[in-house]
Design a protein around this ligand. Structure first.
Ligand SMILES: Cc1ncc(COP(=O)(O)O)c(C=O)c1O
Length: 428
């Protein structure tokens, strides 16, 4: 036992407290550096991440790949058999479900369930304020198109989810990176400076457990961002895909709960918690609802009916809260295990984020590691990761990677992380 203590202490996993025994160390090393230092001047840029992202997803399709790239939980963590049972029952009970369009704003039963839950986020939405969409990405696209045009500047967190960048790129808009702290998200002093200096058409924020940073914007910042942007007539597209996945079980509020007059367009989906393959998302677009509904009709006419019905029924009677409790627990354990393995296997100087929810880790590697090259080397070893550059419109974060921790821990994942550590060392 003594030897085990010595061994664990030498690996930094536990620490001795005088007259008190051994305690498990927080699994993180120091805080990631203040990302503000990563930014130069506040200027908007064109976005060109799509090629890098598509190359990644093409290569990562290989079923033998260890999936540390795309932010996807292991299939066994989703309640698929319960959803399948509901699907069979509904198909039997409503045999004509496929014979009509579910025109925007979408399924009433699903919107009712989302509205019922919105009280937990401090929003008190009514079903009539919600529009269902084909996945969360459609919600984001529709919101951007409803309020901005080619050439307009969109402020966003740096780093941020590459899907937002791809959407901005495809719409020929420009992006303005606002530095973001791995704990508290967007730096609002810099945002305030930016809105004084530049004409910003909208601001996109992942308020709860940002992907890839894992940051959680505190309530006072949520209130403050609304106070900075709304009086200037700048809409906020708020993404909250991970809020249900807070490890402490306390559901964080949304910026939308501080909204005045419908300037916050809240977007979410069930892809991270229930069924990515159903492609069901939604938005509460506030004062821009009419435009969003019109664009939804132009884009895909309607959202498929049966998956909406299944999710509505699951939210009402399927045990969503129990499922989410289990999922949170699983992600919290998986995050810990991956972070510990990274700190054990990666070179000195590696730092790891400390998210309090969600299931991705943001890893800073020593400066000499080029994560795009690392990504290529890893793919050859059948390991997928995402290089930091896809999370920035200006190609920052060359020595960062994002790791998906949605997978149940296996020896294969452990071995893959050890291999990644070895590959990182090959750069020095
Ligand atoms: C922040 C964020 N927004 C949007 C999406 C895409 O969601 P969906 O699969 O519902 O389109 C993701 C998926 O990784 C995400 O992390």
């Amino acid at each position: 036992v003594q030897q085990a203590y010595v061994h664990l202490e030498s690996r930094g996993l536990i620490k001795a407290m005088p007259k008190s025994g051994f305690y498990v160390n927080s699994f993180h090393r120091e805080r990631l550096p203040d990302p503000e230092s990563l930014l130069g001047s506040l200027v908007s840029s064109e976005v060109a991440v799509s090629e890098l992202v598509s190359n990644h997803f093409l290569a990562a399709r290989d079923p033998l790949m260890v999936p540390l790239g795309a932010a996807c939980p292991s299939p066994e963590l989703f309640p698929s058999s319960r959803l399948n049972r509901i699907l069979r029952e509904l198909a039997r009970e409503v045999p004509l479900h496929s014979s009509e369009y579910e025109f925007p704003p979408g399924s009433m039963s699903l919107r009712r369930q989302i509205a019922r839950r919105s009280i937990q986020w401090g929003c008190k939405l009514s079903p009539s304020e919600i529009v269902t969409t084909s996945g969360g990405m459609e919600a984001i696209n529709l919101c951007l198109r409803a309020i901005a045009e080619p050439g307009d500047t969109i402020a966003l967190e740096s780093p941020t989810y590459f899907g937002i960048l791809q959407s901005i790129e495809s719409l020929k808009m420009r992006a303005l990176e606002i530095p973001s702290d791995p704990r508290h998200g967007m730096d609002l002093d810099v945002l305030k400076q930016a809105v004084r200096k530049t004409k910003i058409k909208a601001c996109v924020v992942i308020s709860n457990f940002n992907n890839p940073l894992g940051s959680l914007m505190p309530d006072e910042n949520k209130k403050r961002i609304a106070e900075i942007l709304i009086p200037r007539g700048i809409p906020i597209i708020e993404e909250d895909f991970y809020g249900d996945l807070a490890f402490n079980g306390i559901r964080p509020k949304d910026i939308k709960s501080f909204d005045v007059d419908g300037w916050v367009m809240l977007c979410s989906s069930f892809s991270k918690t229930l069924a990515p393959g159903f492609r069901i998302g939604w938005t509460a677009p506030g004062r821009f609802q009419a435009q969003v509904e019109r664009l939804k009709f132009v884009n895909t006419v309607a959202t498929p009916s049966l998956p909406q019905m299944v999710i509505a029924e699951y939210l009402e009677n399927g045990g969503y809260d129990r499922h989410i409790r289990k999922l949170r627990q699983a992600f919290s354990v998986q995050i810990q295990r991956v972070a510990q393995a990274v700190l054990r296997c990666f070179p000195e100087g590696t730092q790891v984020s400390r998210p309090e929810g969600g299931f991705v880790l943001w890893v800073e590697l020593p400066k000499e590691v080029d994560s795009i090259r690392l990504h290529q080397l890893a793919l050859r070893q059948k390991i997928s990761i995402l290089p930091g550059a896809v999370f920035s419109p200006s190609g920052r974060y060359r020595n960062f990677i994002r790791l998906n921790c949605g997978n149940v821990w296996t020896p294969q994942i452990e071995a893959a992380l050890a291999t990644l550590g070895t590959l990182c060392r090959s750069f020095s």
